[in-house]
Design a protein around this ligand. Sequence first.
Ligand SMILES: [Zn+2]
Length: 480
Amino acid sequence: MRQLILIIMTLGTLHAQDFTNQLMEQYPNFKETSINHRRFKHSDLLPLLEKLPAMGFKVEQAGQSYQGRSIYLVSIGRGPLTALLWSQMHGNETTATMAMLDIFNYLGQTESKSVQQLLDQVTLYFIPMLNPDGAELFQRRTSQGIDMNRDALRLQCPESRILKEVRDRLQPDFGFNLHDQNIFYNVGYSSKPATISFLAPAYNQEKEANPQREDAMKVIVAMNEALQTVIPGQVGKYDDTFEPRAFGDNIQNWGTRTILIESGGYADDPEKQFIRQLNFMAILSGLHAIGSKEYSQLDVSKYWDIPLNESNLNDVMIRDVELKDKQGAPFYADIAIRREEHDHEGNSPIFYQGTIEDLGDLSTQFGYQEITEEGLVIAPGKIYPDVLADQQAVRDLGVADLLQQGYTSISLDELPPKGFNELPFDLITNETKAVEGLKVDQPATFLLLKNETVKYAVINGFVHEVVEPIDRVGYGWVYR
Ligand SMILES: [Zn+2]
């Protein structure tokens, strides 16, 4: 008997593993390619929702945002179990909405056995883009200026009332609360980013675990196991301090087994397109575990084993460089840089402003990019002595040559619009004052010298390696 159970469990695991691999491999067939960056809006979503009824979905209007944008409830399936998934209650957290569109394409396959099996087991409800007014401005809050994740009790936002009303009407067995977190979260004490973080929110101050909350934890265990095969060590667990005003905590309390998924960062994925794929795979793996009831066999202690999220990651970490105090005496420090996203008009494309996040012994912190090199010495960047006409005039001087000479800032007669600049340099006016020394919260623009020559120019938080000039090809004569 014991052997038999072991075999069944092994098969179960294999099955889940196969399913994960399949989802990752077949993903390109389902990706909704009309959306490929994070700053899409309600008007981009609507035509995609309009296609769904022809694919077997029911689409109903659940209500309207404060500014009158329609919020939809999308459903499919006929199973006795029910799951409700809602995304983007924070308007600038779009990763899971993109994944939902991919999931719709996946669930629309009428000829797929595994899809039809899932829909026989579970009826699925989705609210994509719960905060379309926030999405319009790419901001967290609703157009009333309220964080609707603190509005679960007072229900002052129409968006909050829609979520509450749908939850109460459907009384779903499972709830997926889908968010993004900033890219600076890492997993436990490791240098790895928390690309995905989970939480089975607490339903009371005591953070008790009843069987419903434990079911949510077990589904997370299933999703974590799927993710570990693709991004080992890059899954974190959110702190479960009870927040009496938040939706996740309250929906858990109202009897729906609630799972929070936070999409964080992944190296070289600024538009979160790979993280979107991970959402697709993890959510479908979770739904699969729910439909097959495989989750109920999983060990809840494996949920507690997922390391906690920490916020110790930076865009750039430069280790143990030499600085000089005002008297010229050397001291050594690590330097952490974070780049803050800024909006171009129309919220696209993104550009960044890099500042010094911290300075000192940062051995407990990490960087997506780490520079660890002996003998680096900090020096201030130089301002080019002449005022140039425009960006083309800078290019004419030779970008690489300017970097090599240690120029990091250039004054122009006419500056381009604030922030937006296609050159590696900081562009300044005649009157802009240079920052003296390195300070926290100041612009991350400086030089790293090695053997008294420029090795790296760090400008606006981006590191440019300055390559030595290639020896000139000569045309000399040979005298005999
Ligand atoms: Zn959020």
